[in-house]
Design a protein around this ligand. Structure first.
Ligand code: 6R9
Length: 571
């Protein structure tokens, strides 16, 4: 199925004229929205929380709308400001100061967000971890960052190998305490005693704020350092891409252990003083719909894996819910299959907007804007203020319609500033003035970018380069296929052959005839050379906690090789 372009819809979008803004745009203008402009200093926590808490018109507005299976709670901007002030006081009492690394290893909860902003308020660097991490993942990150303090829960403590963490001075326990009060701090007790007043540590735009560990394809996770300056891009993209307005109720489904859960789960909405829905726990399709309905969500930022789950669950389910307030849907983390866009138009009468960026880039770079047409399968165009291109291995730009390295001209505001303890790794991203992403893509004549795969995932079969994403997208258009992961398997004759791992929708059996039918479907729908020579049915496709198909792991399994770092693998 070759999909038609989805035309832009009429609406009162924040960014109407993309081309015009690109021409006149300067990041310096966005900077003027912040205290930096008058005092030369900033703090993200002030801009995202305290600024609204001190505004009489905003202070009683709901900032955080929290729900989990066990608990529902909301917090106004004033409350969030006071709770984070209290936690900042606790940190100060235990001698945490500017530049120290403080990690969070706990479920999403109101306490998490209070603690998170408390960390920023003392000028320290926050390191959020997925609550599902096991011991090795926790150790690697706390050791590499030399974290001084950790905030966790008694339930998770057994995964923190204390005797291997000599630099870790204190542990704040949320919900309970331990006897050893030299090491352990009782969150509830300290918060009860702490003052609601705190004078924020004003920092420079270039001071460290956030450390996110991201797994490379091999070896140990790298610590990506972001600075307060990133707020400039979070602010701008919240306006243009999320299209946030004062009255919106926004929901970003990402966990703060993933960069999407901080940049767009914390900073972007709150820099604009928008009500932010936080939902903890694991989700079933009905949980997604219930959360959207119950909170009257208007803008929803999620990931292809979640959307594919809804596609599989069926259109009928959507009709059971009243989703009238929903007006804008976005996706990130993996390529967005055209199938999902077709489905979104049918099920919600809304377009799903893909956005491309990385932990290293700190914020969205290539996006589908509400006011531009969508070419299904394309990631869209670079945001104003950002120049993107396709370059060869020497960093020279190459013409349209040729696959190469997706690269960004250095110097956007939210770019990482360091790979922690690893300056060589940091340098290796940059060639000839370009940040080279490690993704392969091409650009069409009209400037739309088309993702092909991670460079190490691109398949070379009989001399043809095939992006796994194309094949996966075609596979899931087959009615029997729920999810697909595609790899190149070494082959003496063809270099590589295409092997597909799939999961089946309910009601389909793994028969020879079905697999042949699926193969033919790709062959006739895409191309002969892209049709998988081998198809294997699995119960699930391995994914990271942020929903990325782990093609590398599929390949290791296939070849019987060691699996490398799997700390981010979903259970
Ligand atoms: C934000 C985030 C980055 C990698 C990136 C690319 C893949 C992200 C994508 C996408 C196709 C999109 N990726 N968004 N691929 N289309 N819209 O995901 O950060 O976890 O560091 O991953 O994810 O391969 O290089 P991170």
């Amino acid at each position: 199925m070759d999909m038609q372009v989805v035309p832009a819809r009429k609406g009162n979008y924040n960014l109407q004229d993309y081309e015009k803004l690109r021409e006149s745009f300067s990041w310096e203008d966005v900077k003027k929205n912040f205290t930096w402009n008058t005092t030369g200093k900033v703090n993200m926590a002030y801009e995202a929380v305290d600024r609204h808490a001190t505004d009489p018109a905003k202070k009683d507005k709901v900032a955080l709308l929290y729900s989990s299976p066990e608990r529902e709670e909301s917090m106004t901007f004033e409350q969030l400001s006071q709770e984070s002030n209290k936690f900042a006081n606790v940190l100060k009492k235990y001698e945490i100061s500017k530049g120290d690394r403080v990690f969070l290893f706990m479920p999403r909860s109101p306490e998490f967000y209070a603690a998170f902003f408390g960390i920023l308020k003392v000028g320290a660097i926050a390191g959020p971890l997925f609550e599902a991490f096991m011991e090795q993942a926790v150790r690697d990150r706390l050791q590499d960052s030399e974290a001084k303090l950790l905030i966790t829960t008694p339930d998770l403590l057994y995964r923190v190998p204390l005797n291997e963490l000599p630099k870790l001075e204190k542990i704040v326990l949320v919900g309970g305490n331990k006897e050893d009060t030299n090491k352990f701090i009782d969150y509830n007790k300290e918060m009860k005693e702490a003052s609601i007043n705190f004078s924020i540590e004003w920092v420079d735009l270039e001071d460290g704020m956030l450390l996110h560990y991201t797994s490379g394809s091999t070896g140990k996770p790298k610590g990506i350092l972001h600075v307060h300056n990133a707020m400039i891009q979070h602010y701008a993209t919240a306006e243009w891409v999320l299209d946030l307005k004062e009255e919106d109720v926004y929901w970003c489904t990402a966990d703060p252990g993933w960069v999407t859960g901080t940049s767009y789960g914390i900073f972007a909405p709150w820099l604009h003083g928008v009500t932010n829905v936080i939902r903890g726990g694991r989700f079933t399709p009905d949980d997604w719909y219930t959360t959207l309905e119950k909170n009257n969500v208007s803008v929803w930022y999620t990931a292809p894996t979640a959307l594919r789950m809804l596609v599989s669950y069926g259109e009928e389910a959507v009709k059971k819910y009243d989703l009238d307030t929903l007006r804008h849907i976005l996706s990130v983390g993996e390529p967005l299959n055209p199938e999902v866009i077709t489905w979104g138009l049918k099920a919600f009468d809304l377009r799903v907007h893909d956005t491309w960026w990385m932990t290293e880039t700190g914020a969205q770079l290539i996006v589908n804007l509400p006011s531009l047409e969508i070419r299904p399968g394309s990631m869209g165009k670079p945001i104003p203020g950002v120049e993107a291109s396709i370059v060869d291995n020497e960093g020279n730009e190459i013409p349209p319609n040729q696959m190469g390295n997706l690269a960004i001209k250095e110097g956007w505001p939210s770019m990482m500033r360091q790979v922690w303890n690893n300056p060589g790794k940091f340098e290796s991203y940059f060639i000839n003035g370009w940040y080279v992403s490690g993704d392969s893509a091409y650009q069409d004549e009209d400037g739309y970018f088309w993702f092909q795969g991670r460079l190490d995932d691109v398949i070379n079969t009989s001399g043809e380069r095939v992006g796994p994403f194309e094949v996966e997208s075609k596979l899931i258009e087959h009615p029997a296929v729920a999810e697909a992961g595609v790899i190149g398997k070494p082959d003496p004759e063809r270099g590589e052959i295409i092997k597909a791992f799939i999961t089946l929708n309910d009601g389909y059996d793994d028969t020879k005839e079905l697999l042949e039918d699926i193969r033919q479907f790709v062959k006739t729908g895409l191309s002969a050379h892209a049709a998988p020579r081998e198809i294997e049915v699995k119960d699930s496709i391995p994914k990271t906690r942020s929903g990325k198909i782990m093609r590398r792991l599929l390949k290791s399994w296939e070849l019987g090789l060691p699996t490398g770092d799997t700390s981010t693998l979903e259970d």
